[in-house]
Design a protein around this ligand. Structure first.
Ligand code: G4P
Length: 525
């Protein structure tokens, strides 16, 4: 196979949803279809159940599981499919954002009865920001739910994207009889089956009287009517508008019952984008470029507390990656060789000799990598699109054991490199402030500092509204601002100036008083 063919056959994507909509179940069913696993339940989810909001032992357990399911690759019908897992828990939203920077498309799962939920809306915003093509899977059609037209209207309104149904449900709940495949123009009759994959009954022509016999006169009449209406309301499906992220194709089904999953997968493989160019500072990096490049979008610490080894997940952006070849670590300005890069195939991981654009490689790391670092064949490439967001919650972190201050500093440093939270150092009193998007992270940090670094810490409250990265073309005004707000000035881990606003009012006052200063809520501007 040529290099170009290798790129074209790759589909790297993430499945996202509000917790409980069925992301894990759908992922598993796709893996079953792909032959990557053989029984349902073989892949454990990395989700943290809602009931375990503050149970960090549970998180630790989940962390161990999730390294295996971070990336699930499989071969199907000539395609190389890479599914990137994302944590469902909202406290880990930043992990999800970062994972979305490494995919070329997204499948959004919606619970048919619950419709579009908060987490889905937020994740869709990220997809919109990056113009990522999305496909929607309306799950749990075997449960009582809304009329499909209402569901489609809701998706369009709530996710702010035009929709085009590519399959159509026949009834729902106990009356759910199947889906008509609008993409292939055939019909699959629903058979509840939770364990293995079975083909449905293929139908060519909707006017065929056999349809009445199979699903009943009334359901058949409704289906014919609804399809006519749907084809009238929604313009013909246009792949390019999907690829431009203007239209989201919608499929209906029941992941638990393996229903509608085949239609989704087959259509997805055909229409979803192959690896796309990546934006770096100064230029776009095209996948088909000869020279290898990639960036780290995730770092996973190992479970074994005695070995502080980590795995850095690198997304291959261009060129051909080879094992044991020296590559340039851009941020460290150092040449590194990797003797045991791994690929992830469903529930297994194995050492690989090569990788292509779209692939994710796991690199065992003892502290060389941090999130957003890049590798190249010499070029100074810095990839964009991995910003830090202003945290929502802040606490001072203090050393609780004076004998262990070195360990604590190292622990905090490494956890921040992993992207667990953000660290700001107040320039006035030199105190360290941890900022997170969710309350859970504070416990994760405390627990991991103790178990992995033998360092104990305690938190002290600090009342902050936002951390803003500031910049200005007016050097004098910037200096004046920093002098006047000295108590509220901090540095982030990269040494950039951050203004810690105590309240929205204080932020507004600052913005009004210093017109030439730009206040940013993300670290990339
Ligand atoms: P998530 O990863 O998005 O959080 O959702 P997950 O797949 O874990 O699914 C959440 C719950 O919804 C699970 O039930 C799952 O079995 C159920 N589910 C998924 N797809 C369907 C479907 O098509 N129809 C119906 N009726 N249910 C579905 P649970 O009781 O929370 O977990 P479990 O004990 O069954 O694993």
């Amino acid at each position: 196979m040529t290099f170009l063919e290798e790129i074209k056959r790759r589909r790297t994507f993430a499945i996202i949803s509000h917790p409980d909509a069925g992301k894990t179940t759908l992922t598993e069913k796709l893996l079953l279809f792909g032959g990557a696993i053989h029984v349902a339940g073989a892949v454990k989810s990395n989700k943290i159940k809602k009931t375990a909001t503050s149970d960090f032992m549970e998180i630790e357990k989940q962390r161990g599981i999730s390294v295996a399911t971070s990336v699930m690759g499989f071969e199907y019908d000539g395609y190389k499919v890479n599914i990137l897992d994302t944590p469902g828990h909202q406290d880990f939203a930043e992990d999800t954002f970062r994972t979305l920077t490494a995919v070329d498309s997204v499948i959004i799962v919606i619970d048919a009865a619950k419709g579009v939920e908060t987490q889905t809306r937020k994740l869709m915003e990220v997809c919109r920001m990056r113009s990522t093509p999305v496909i929607v899977f309306v799950n749990k059609m075997d449960r009582p739910c809304n009329d499909p037209f209402d569901t489609l209207d809701e998706i369009e309104k709530e996710l702010r994207i035009k929709v085009r149904p590519l399959s159509w449900p026949i009834g729902n709940g106990e009356q759910f009889k199947g889906v008509y495949n609008l993409y292939e123009n055939n019909l699959y009759i629903f058979k509840a089956n939770k364990q293995t994959i079975e083909e449905g009954v293929a139908f060519g022509d909707i006017s065929d009287q056999k349809l009445d016999t199979l699903i009943g006169d009334s359901a058949a009449a409704t289906l014919r009517e609804e399809l006519e209406l749907a084809n009238g309301v929604y313009p013909e499906f246009d792949v390019d508008s999907y690829l431009r992220a203007e239209v989201a194709p919608v499929f209906f089904g029941s992941a638990l019952n393996n229903f509608g999953v085949r239609e989704l997968l087959h259509c997805f493989l055909r229409i979803a984008p192959s690896p796309q160019p990546s934006q770096a500072e100064g230029r776009m990096v095209r996948p088909e470029e000869e020279k290898f490049s990639g960036f780290v979008f995730k770092i996973h610490a190992n479970m074994d507390p005695n070995h502080r080894n980590r795995i850095a997940f690198v997304k291959v952006c261009s060129g051909h990656f080879e094992r044991n070849k020296a590559y340039h670590h851009v941020q460290l300005n150092k040449e590194l060789k990797f003797s045991s890069p791994t690929a992830f195939m469903a529930d297994k991981k194995s050492i690989i000799d090569e990788a292509f654009p779209g692939d994710i490689i796991g690199i065992p790391d003892s502290g060389n990598f941090k999130i957003s670092d890049s590798l190249s064949e010499g070029e100074h490439l810095v990839f964009k699109g991995l910003p830090s967001f202003s945290p929502e919650l802040f606490r001072y972190i203090e050393n609780d054991d004076p004998m262990k201050s070195k360990q604590l500093a190292k622990g905090i440093d490494q956890l921040m490199d992993e992207g667990v939270a953000q660290l700001f150092v107040n320039q006035f009193n030199n105190r360290k402030i941890i900022g997170t998007v969710g309350a859970l992270q504070f416990e994760v940090i405390q627990y991991r500092l103790l178990h992995e670094y033998q360092a104990s810490c305690r938190y002290e409250p600090i009342s902050l509204y936002k951390a803003c990265w500031i910049e200005s073309d007016d050097e004098a005004e910037l200096e004046e601002f920093k002098k006047r707000k000295v108590q509220y000035m901090a540095k982030d881990k990269q040494g950039r100036d951050v203004f810690l606003a105590e309240s929205n009012y204080m932020l507004q006052m600052a913005q009004e008083g210093f017109k030439h200063i730009r206040f940013h809520f993300t670290s990339e501007f």
